[in-house]
Write a protein of this length. Structure first.
Length: 107
């Protein structure tokens, strides 16, 4: 019975840490870049696009597809960075917990 109470305390502690971590991730702002910096965008921790900058040299009618590809690549770059930051924060919160291999938190 004592072990169950201790485990429940650890679960509540972890839940509080997870909520704090989720708030920290939501407050993150990550920049993704592509084309050597010709396209850059900012994304928040909720994966919402909050800013986009495009070098004026890309505004040519015959280069629309290139521009579209660069925007997609910049978004992927930002998303990958966000996932890495989230994984790092999650790892810090769950340190020492006996989680099964492949178990992902909080998502």
């Amino acid at each position: 019975m004592k072990d169950i109470m201790g485990m429940m305390g650890k679960v509540k502690e972890m839940q509080a840490k997870m909520e704090k971590m989720q708030a920290e991730v939501a407050a993150l702002e990550i920049e993704g870049r592509s084309g050597g910096g010709l396209v850059s965008l900012r994304m928040n921790g909720k994966s919402e696009l909050v800013g986009l900058k495009i070098d004026p040299s890309l505004f040519k009618e015959d280069e629309v597809e290139i521009l579209e590809d660069l925007i997609i690549a910049a978004h992927k770059d930002a998303r990958d960075k966000l996932e890495a930051a989230t994984a790092e924060k999650t790892k810090a919160v769950t340190a020492g917990l006996p989680l099964p291999p492949g178990f992902k938190l909080p998502f």
